[in-house]
Ligand binder design. Structure first.
Ligand code: BES
Ligand code: MN
Ligand code: ZN
Length: 506
């Protein structure tokens, strides 16, 4: 798919479809008739559409007009409702652009021209970037397993049109640059979605390591993966304990991208939970919904994809990605409830429930992160059902000790619309994870489950740290404009934007 910007007018620009966005504003809609030649068939179609109330600009409205020869360069005109102007934002652009692209595809259009809508005080480059994200993420499908009767028609190109060579103050060159950056980030998000959606008969810890290595080779970052021998050598007891019921080998994956001028600059370390399937282990989960646990490696997917994005964008910053990967299975060799493990930092943990495995494998990575003297460590994990109970699928739960990074992620989360919501980690909650036989236990009982999970992790950190619980946001239950059902690739855009802004600081 090629997305470009071009100085051209829709009346002559040849395409299978041209899309216009219609704000929910009566005056604007009436004045929009001026775009069609007075007396033309198109003008009469458009005025009937408006007088009939078929298009009022509401965001679920879509109308197709068919120009007769000479009235337009395109075979069809797609009108997409944009919603109320006072609600317009970059998110409105992402969603509307996704709807336009999907509508064009459903009409078997291969080429689409778009006039971008002006929202807020954003310049054309920023709006084009949002539209690019919406288009690429909206067209995403995980359809590789379907038997294809006939090949799908693909939307091959989208062209943002400008009559005068500028889009809301941005030049064609500026818009082109913004599109290219947005494409890289959207493709990294798609990479994460593909990994998340892959079924677990094709996806084991070794597979995750291979995906990371391929990405590292292509995009330019170093990847090392520890197998069973190295895991034992480095005493990574959490990963070993969680994986020991599986017939597959565990992996600890280390990704290093050194983009800063000085390779000694303190890195930002990203840590991902990479459970390639979570049955719960001996504390086995109920059958209903267990299949969703194929994407219990979403944190890992986001970390791998974000390293790819940072390297592709050649960001001048040092980033380390750490992934703890295991398969949580019940078997004769599996960890039992009540087992105690002692981590390499001397802290012991009672495994009261083998389904609270994410925190067990993350602890090894958080200990490992210390050696980098990190500027900040951010872990991402589909960690608790309790976080989904608290926040639903709308926002990621954020906890941690890095107050500056919390503010940064809050702001950027709002910008890119991958929002984070802070939950407290008051010390009173720590009582809940006291154990009778070890320093801590891996479950805290019924209440505040997202928080007690975070407090378990906190015991393994001695640097500025953030925990993002993406249990609710990594999978979507219902398709929306640019988020299909299934894996969402959440936080790739959030983290890539954060790394971009951090790299511009100094
Ligand atoms: N992977 C699950 C959490 C999860 C639940 C992710 C729903 C996505 C959707 C995690 O390993 C888990 O099983 N957590 C338990 C913890 C409990 C045993 C303390 C949970 O949330 O029930
Ligand atoms: Mn679990
Ligand atoms: Zn899990």
């Amino acid at each position: 798919m090629k997305i470009t910007v071009q100085k051209a007018n829709w009346k002559s620009f040849k395409a299978d479809a041209v899309a216009f966005f219609q704000p929910e504003d009566t005056k604007w809609l009436e004045s929009s008739l001026q775009y069609y030649d007075k007396g033309s068939a198109l003008h009469s179609q458009a005025s009937q559409m408006l007088s009939g109330g078929d298009m009022t600009g509401k965001k679920d409205e879509q109308i197709v007009l068919y120009p007769t020869k000479g009235e337009a360069g395109a075979k069809r005109i797609i009108l997409i409702g944009l919603g109320k102007p006072e609600k317009s934002s970059l998110e409105v652009v992402r969603r509307a652009a996704a709807r336009a692209a999907k509508k064009a595809r459903s009409l078997k259009s291969k080429t689409l021209a778009i006039y971008l809508p002006h929202v807020g005080r954003h310049d054309g480059a920023t709006i084009a970037a949002a539209a690019t994200e919406g288009i690429l993420l909206g067209l995403y499908k995980f359809d590789k397993f379907f038997k294809k009767e006939e090949p799908d028609t693909k939307l091959e190109s989208v062209t943002f049109l400008t009559d005068d060579g500028k889009i809301f103050g941005s030049t064609v060159a500026q818009v082109t640059k913004a599109i290219e950056r947005a494409e890289l980030i959207a493709n990294a998000t798609i990479f994460a979605r593909d990994m998340e959606n892959e079924p677990s008969n094709n996806k084991f810890p070794e597979t995750l390591a291979n995906w990371a290595m391929e990405a590292g080779k292509k995009s330019g970052f170093k990847v090392t993966a520890f197998g069973p021998a190295e895991l034992r050598k480095h005493n990574m007891v959490g990963i070993i304990a969680v994986n020991q019921g599986s017939v597959k080998e565990a992996r600890f994956i280390i990704m290093e991208y050194n983009g800063a001028k000085k390779s000694s600059d303190a890195p930002i370390v990203l840590v991902g939970k990479g459970i390639t399937f979570d049955t719960g282990g001996i504390s086995i989960k109920p059958a209903a919904g267990m299949g969703d646990m194929k994407s219990d490696m979403s944190g890992a997917a986001t970390v791998i994809a974000t390293l790819k994005a940072a390297a592709d964008l050649k960001l001048p910053i040092n980033v380390v990605g750490l992934v703890s990967s295991a398969e949580n299975m019940p078997s004769g060799s599996a960890t039992r409830p009540g087992d105690v493990i002692t981590y390499s930092n001397g802290l012991s943990a009672e495994i009261d429930n083998t389904d609270a495995e994410g925190r067990l494998v993350l602890a090894d990575a958080l200990i490992w992160a210390e050696r980098y003297n990190p500027k900040s460590v951010i872990d991402l994990a589909t960690l608790t059902g309790a976080c989904v109970v608290a926040l639903g699928h709308v926002t990621t739960g954020m906890m941690g000790t890095d107050e500056v990074m919390k503010k940064t992620l809050k702001k950027i989360g709002d910008d890119v619309y991958e929002r984070v919501c802070e939950l407290p980690i008051y010390e009173e909650y720590e009582d809940l994870i006291k154990s009778d036989v070890a320093d801590i236990k891996n479950v805290g009982g019924r209440w505040a489950g997202a928080i007690t999970a975070a407090l378990f992790l906190k015991r393994f950190t001695n640097y500025p740290w953030i925990h993002l619980d993406i249990a609710g946001t990594a999978r979507s239950e219902a398709a929306s404009d640019y988020i299909p059902k299934g894996g969402t690739g959440v936080a790739v855009r959030l983290l890539t934007q954060m790394l971009t802004e951090e790299s511009e600081k100094k």
